[in-house]
Design a protein around this ligand. Structure first.
Ligand code: ZN
Length: 445
């Protein structure tokens, strides 16, 4: 547990509901959503494609009959898919990252911005341990990406002093972290590690010269060991909280770790009353039971301009063994583990399912490796494989020899994942670095 202050709820009337009461609230909102979607030609057409009408949506039971919403359905309705209000009511657009094809546009009405996002983000910031009035270094990117702009709206609504710097400008930021005395920050965890190294090269000691006590880290999934390493570089008592969200959910608004779930590396689905989540087996699409891993599928209950119904995130998480038992008392807001991978990232090696994040966990547990630089090489663009090559860097200060490191990592991966891999050990600094999203699996012919 982090600190000893009593848990503060932003919305106690909702955050202390039991699960049955919360599900009753979701049922009422699903009915209202169905009535709203019934006014939209695109949604009526979409529901007709699986033999339903939007106002058949009455409750959680009828939601199970709705087909999953896939990216292809959004692309087919280019340029403004499923826009559910007239264009003049859209106040702002954000967009997906567009790593494959053009970004997909998602709108916000004025109410979405000032009421819904303010509500969702204030609750999330409170749950993470941010206090109103704090100085916050906002390091998520701006432009069409949801990260920076939605965090701005949240910090404004919650009452923080926001330094909306975004990523980049490391040389200035490492000094501002000392001179502006930020106490919280939001950014990619890889970016903070870059800043730590930049600070040291300017003779700034983050542990002593910075005043950060809390960070919200998302946009990039890293191992628990990497998070621990990051915390160790920061001032004593610094806590790294995990945050999760997406353009489709409306921003970094979907899940957050609380002061209790931080220690078990789990997050609450913190806005269940406005973002209804299901965790399903990606093959059968049936709900998983506690302790199982599945894909997050969600429905935005109140978003006006660009709602989604049963959006398939492709993100895989483990539903906690005891999802409703967190000591913070949020009994209706299930706990999930960190994102273990994407259904598209899954590799099949001689019949075993392997996610790059599992390989990362093995790498990060060996002190001789450089945590942020590693690669998986496959010999053809096919996810069903005979062999994997894992390339890591050996720290130049490591006492372990390259041969010993290779043997240790091959043994660790074999023991934990049940597959044999070939490990290549490279000198520190020789593998690719990524500023934002890392591409961990590369085809090497
Ligand atoms: Zn909790």
């Amino acid at each position: 547990m982090v600190g000893s202050a009593p848990t503060a709820y932003q919305h106690p009337e909702i955050e202390t509901l039991d699960r049955a009461a919360l599900e009753a609230l979701q049922d009422r909102k699903l009915r209202a959503l169905g009535e709203r979607l019934a006014q939209s030609r695109e949604w009526v057409e979409h529901f007709a494609s699986f033999g339903m009408k939007p106002d058949d949506l009455r409750d959680r039971g009828s939601l199970r009959g709705v087909a999953m919403l896939e990216k292809s359905a959004l692309r087919a309705r280019y340029p403004f898919p499923f826009l559910t209000v007239p264009m003049h009511r859209v106040a702002r657009f954000c967009a997906t990252s567009g790593t494959t094809g053009l970004p997909v546009m998602f709108g916000y009405t004025q109410r979405d911005v000032t009421t819904l996002m303010a509500f969702q983000m204030s609750r999330l910031l409170r749950a993470a341990g941010v206090e109103p009035g704090e100085r916050v270094y906002q390091g998520y990117g701006y432009g069409l990406w949801v990260g920076g702009v939605v965090m701005d709206w949240g910090l404004l609504a919650y009452g923080c002093t926001n330094f909306g710097i975004g990523p980049g400008r490391a040389d200035a930021v490492v000094q501002w972290l000392r001179d502006h005395r930020y106490s919280s920050c939001t950014m990619s965890p890889l970016w903070l590690m870059t800043l730590v190294n930049a600070a040291k090269s300017q003779n700034i000691d983050p542990k002593r010269d910075w005043t950060l006590r809390l960070g919200l880290f998302g946009g990039q999934s890293v191992s628990a060991a990497f998070r621990t390493e990051l915390e160790a570089e920061m001032p004593i008592g610094f806590v790294a909280q995990n945050i999760y969200g997406s353009t489709e959910s409306g921003g970094p608004n979907h899940a957050i770790s609380c002061r209790h779930s931080h220690d078990t590396d789990q997050m609450h689905l913190i806005n269940e009353d406005t973002i209804l989540s299901e965790i399903v087996n990606p093959q059968t699409l049936e709900p998983v039971v506690p302790g199982e891993t599945g894909e997050i599928v969600f429905t935005t209950l109140e978003r006006e301009a660009s709602p989604v119904v049963r959006w398939r995130t492709r993100d895989l998480v483990k539903l906690a063994d005891d999802p409703y038992g967190c000591a913070c008392g949020r009994r209706a807001f299930p706990l999930i583990g960190r994102i273990v991978g994407r259904t598209d990232d899954m590799l099949k090696v001689r019949g075993s399912m392997v996610f790059p994040s599992q390989v990362e966990d093995c790498i990060a547990s060996l002190p001789s490796t450089v945590n942020e630089a590693w690669q998986i090489y496959i010999d053809r663009d096919d996810r069903v494989l005979e062999e994997l090559v894992v390339a890591v860097e050996r720290r130049h200060t490591a006492s372990q020899s390259a041969d010993d490191l290779r043997d240790a990592l091959e043994r660790s991966i074999s023991a934990r994942l049940g597959i044999r891999v070939r490990v290549e050990v490279e000198p520190e600094g020789s593998l690719p670095r990524y500023e934002a999203k890392a591409t961990r699996v590369l085809v090497r012919k």
